[in-house]
Design a protein around this ligand. Structure first.
Ligand code: ASP
Length: 585
């Protein structure tokens, strides 16, 4: 062994022992007649001491060590006179009598410190150096723990982890597939799974009534902020269950993870219907760490000769506690904020409830103090509060107000990443109408069952059909989603028809699943959690990228190995693929 201990484990109890440590040189510094080297490995940092009185040659060698050199050092553990409470090993140091340089290192292109000077792209290119930093190391340890505890919990309640293939047929699930050409079947392609959805349903038909898998999924989407083309799900499916059973089972998983990974007890997870989430928070993934619910003001604002409100579909607002003192400048800035194209509001109306009890709005011309009083009452506002109001088309206004709510929540410090507010959003609509293409899309996916009581609406008003479909939301992030599935061929075919598939197309694409349904398919349902995001939320981070060891950048590139890349002419020939590239704009 090139070490007797790690760099993170020696304490006062080891004083007097002869030890050998191996690791990377974090830094070295000279102080008087001594040289100190911080030696780092995955477990921590230990201070090495070289003293020129006794070992002039050795000290010289230590002075020549560069950053990130890999060395092995042997010496005696000694108590430090100058203890460092910030380090686990801060009570001791090693008086070195032998070092061996195991490998040298070039000067790293950025500092391997918690606050590094490296930009994103540089750190992606040298990911192995970035991964030496505490932040990433801690993230990957958290991820490991999440996976481990998930397996623990699932195993204990009888779930089997079963792998499903990565080379499958293309099945539309909302996103574009990544495809892989088949050399043995020229002109034919595999697709990488967007999720194991159809396989896990077929496992239910096969009788494996409790399945899970921590599994990679692939979606070729235009990379919006913080999406990865490959990501990981905790994918789960159960047979002979209702929605209630699934919510309870996985509430158990969420509770287990909070307890065993974060050491936190969470109470019962509240539930909210999709309709309420949209109406009161303007989002299907509300951040309920804070209240600030929407109130609607149509009845109080119309017919006062204020054209903007008279002609609009929805007038709604939020109450920002204690913000009445916002200056003109701050309000102007907020108005600009809501008018940005990403938010898209036409303007912002405010009502100040001053500390002296008077009310002042930006539309005083049209509304009497009595009117304004009624507005304030609707919000249950108190002196000192600021009411912010948007108006316009209902859906768009709710969305914009939802963004404003989050912004105000952040400004008011209501979105503490160490506070966790999980929520089930339930009763999602089955279908979503797409104006552009003039057709329905499955809101969750085409295998989701309509609520039995809503089935008659499929013929009359499909938009109103709800599904037993649910999402788990934590702090405004969608962490998981699932549904009770269709398990009957006719219903599946009918659903696919609604989504624009002819019977033939449905058979061609999903025949394997519908055929399986004809051989004793049990009722079933499931859920999948976005594992990367789950880890990021637990870590209190916004971005999933640093919870993945080797992520892609925003253009879907692996900067370290430089993928994707062209392939050799011979490989193309073998695949019988001829490129016909048109210059990219
Ligand atoms: N396969 C679904 C998804 O990836 C999850 C589920 O319905 O279980 O979103």
């Amino acid at each position: 062994m090139l070490r007797t201990h790690t760099c993170g484990e020696l304490t006062i109890s080891h004083v007097g022992q002869k030890v050998t440590l191996s690791g990377w040189v974090q830094r070295s510094r000279d102080l008087g007649g001594m040289t100190f080297v911080d030696l780092r490995d995955r477990y921590g940092i230990t201070q090495l001491v070289f003293n020129s009185d006794t070992h002039a040659e050795l000290r010289e060698a230590a002075r020549n060590l560069g950053r990130e050199y890999v060395i092995s050092a042997t010496g005696l553990v000694a108590e430090r006179s100058n203890k460092n409470a910030k380090l686990d090993t801060g009570d001791i140091e090693i008086i070195v009598d032998k070092i061996e340089v195991l490998n040298v290192s070039k000067i790293p292109p950025f500092t391997i410190e918690d606050n590094t000077d490296g930009g994103d792209e540089l750190r992606m290119k040298y990911r192995y150096l970035d991964l030496r930093r505490n932040i990433l190391k801690n993230n990957l340890m958290l991820r490991h723990k999440m996976g481990f505890e998930t397996r623990n919990y699932m195993n204990n309640i009888g779930f089997l982890e079963i792998e499903t293939p990565y080379l499958i047929g293309s099945t539309p699930e909302g996103a574009r597939d990544f495809v892989v050409p088949s050399r043995m079947n020229p002109g034919e392609f595999y697709a990488l799974p967007q999720s194991p959805q159809t396989y896990k349903q077929i496992l239910m038909v096969a009788g494996y009534d409790r399945y899970f898998q921590i599994v990679r999924c692939f979606r070729d989407e235009d990379l919006r902020a913080d999406r990865q083309p490959e990501f990981t799900q905790i994918d789960c499916e159960m047979a002979f269950v209702t929605q209630e059973d699934i919510l309870n089972t996985f509430e158990g998983l969420v509770r287990h993870l909070f307890k065993n990974v974060k050491g936190m007890e969470i109470g019962e997870i509240p539930r909210m219907s999709y309709a309420d989430a949209m109406k009161f928070y303007g989002s299907d993934k509300p951040d309920i760490r804070f209240e600030m619910r929407f109130e609607e003001l149509n009845d109080l604002t119309k017919n006062r000769n204020f054209k903007v409100f008279d002609e609009t579909e929805l007038v709604a607002g939020i109450c920002a506690k204690g913000c009445a003192e916002y200056s003109r400048k701050q309000l102007d800035e907020l108005t600009e904020w809501v008018k940005r194209p990403q938010i898209g509001a036409g303007g912002l109306i405010y009502l100040r409830y001053n500390l002296d009890g008077t009310l002042k709005s930006s539309v005083d011309k049209f509304y009497s103090p009595e009117d304004l009083k009624l507005w304030a009452e609707r919000f249950n506002a108190a002196p000192g509060d600021l009411i912010l109001i948007l108006s316009g088309k209902a859906e768009k206004t709710r969305k914009a107000l939802g963004e404003l709510r989050l912004e105000m929540g952040s400004r008011l410090g209501y979105r503490n990443p160490e506070v966790f507010a999980p929520l089930w959003v339930v009763d999602f609509p089955l279908l979503e109408w797409d104006e552009e293409s003039g057709r329905f899309f499955a809101m969750h996916h085409p295998f989701t069952a309509p609520k039995p009581e809503d089935v008659p609406l499929l013929d009359t008003d499909p938009k109103l059909v709800r599904a037993n479909a649910y999402d788990l939301v934590i702090n405004g992030s969608e962490i998981g989603g699932g549904s009770i599935r269709i398990h009957n061929k006719e219903m599946q075919n009918r659903m696919l028809n609604l989504l624009g598939f002819s019977n033939e197309e449905a058979q061609k694409q999903f025949g394997f699943l519908m055929n399986a349904f004809e051989f004793g398919a049990p009722p079933h349902g499931g859920i999948a959690f976005g594992f990367d995001r789950f880890c990021a939320v637990f870590g209190g981070a916004d971005s999933i990228r640093d919870y993945i060891a080797f992520p892609k950048n925003n253009s879907g590139r692996d900067m370290m190995v430089n993928a994707p890349s062209t392939i050799h002419e011979d490989q193309l020939k073998e695949l019988q693929i001829k490129l016909n590239l048109t210059p990219q704009k």
